[in-house]
Design a protein around this ligand. Structure first.
Ligand code: SF4
Length: 216
């Protein structure tokens, strides 16, 4: 796996205090979506998001100030005390924060670092896997497109297929492509996604299996 090591635009990051991050929740579970679906992963959900998706299922994450600050040291200690080998940093929009220290420390512990991001803020951190999930409400920055290992488009209505193709043409040729039905529209959109993938087989289906099997 290629390691991405980029630190960009730190001046635009939210930095509550050096080495501290607002954490909405953290838990050890299985990754439910995309390329790494089914793998054991420690999730760290950071507070703060300014993207504003109307269908967001974690609106509580938006106000970063609502969530307790935790030190990077404490987070690394918590993860290291579990059998987890893979850590997924999500949000909220995790790239609102400078993730250099957190990811450096996690990697120093031998952990694999994955991120799930809308790409709307500059990339920071050392990543083994970048899952880019672009949103119509705030476009990703162009710099993240060639770095994405996985493009995951949430399909909310029919026009999203065309929008997904636009992004597929802008990521690297090796980027994995996923279409994922928006949870509340899954009954309507999943059959359309299945037909679309049959006609366009470079795309794959991503389901939020953690919701079907009722785990975090
Ligand atoms: S980017 Fe994620 S956390 Fe932010 S509003 Fe959209 S779905 Fe919610």
């Amino acid at each position: 796996m290629e390691t991405v090591n980029r630190v960009l635009g730190n001046e635009e990051k939210i930095s509550p205090a050096s080495g501290m991050l607002p954490v909405m929740e953290h838990f050890y579970t299985l990754q439910g979506e995309g390329y790494h679906q089914g793998k054991a992963a420690y999730f760290i959900r950071l507070g703060g998001c300014d993207v504003g998706c109307v269908w967001c299922d974690v609106k509580d994450s938006w106000d970063g100030g609502k969530h307790p600050l935790r030190s990077v040291e404490e987070l690394v200690k918590i993860v290291s005390a579990t059998p987890a080998r893979l850590v997924v940093i999500t949000g909220g929009e995790p790239l609102m924060h400078d993730l250099t220290e957190l990811t450096t420390r996690l990697k120093n512990e031998g952990l694999t670092t994955n991120i799930e991001t809308s790409g709307a803020h500059p990339v920071s951190g050392k990543w083994d896997w970048i899952c880019l999930s672009p949103k119509k409400f705030k476009a990703p920055l162009p710099e993240i497109l060639p770095l994405a290992h996985e493009l995951k488009v949430v399909v909310f209505n029919k026009s999203d297929f065309k929008w997904a193709e636009d992004y597929a043409g802008r990521v690297s040729p090796t980027c994995k492509l996923y279409l994922q039905p928006e949870w509340d529209k899954a009954a309507q959109m999943t059959p359309l996604i299945i037909e679309y993938i049959k006609n366009n087989p470079r795309w794959e289906l991503s389901l939020q299996i953690h919701k079907y099997i009722n785990i975090n």
